[in-house]
Design a protein around this ligand. Structure first.
Ligand code: SF4
Length: 101
């Protein structure tokens, strides 16, 4: 996948399946938050593994303007983005019709 042109508009939003640990300044509605056994506040995920803040009808982040800091810092086409896309493709799940932005 190296060298592949990456654009959020043509991605299955696989970054929104990663664990999002909330930081002190994050202001996310409580209904989207879970507390792990280790006591970390994280974005809750659904049975499929996607963040529950995804607006399923519009396939975009429903809290985009107030999304957590870690989501803001995630670099499209950066090393981590490429790595999770590669893992996702290898898992054979490519093709789930989720598109962000
Ligand atoms: S808060 Fe928004 S950008 Fe962050 S993982 Fe959830 S849906 Fe994606």
């Amino acid at each position: 996948m190296t060298g592949e042109e990456i654009d959020c508009a043509r991605c299955d939003a696989v970054c929104c399946r990663l664990t999002v640990v909330l930081q002190g300044d994050d202001d996310v509605p409580d209904r989207f938050v879970e507390v792990t056994d280790a006591g970390l506040h994280v974005m809750a995920r659904d049975e499929e593994g996607w963040c529950v803040a995804i607006d399923a009808a519009r396939m975009r982040c429903s809290i985009y303007d107030s999304r957590p800091e870690i989501c803001r810092r995630f670099a499209m086409a950066g090393a981590y983005c490429r790595s999770v896309r590669e893992d996702y493709a290898e898992s054979g799940r490519r093709g789930i019709p989720l598109t962000m932005y």
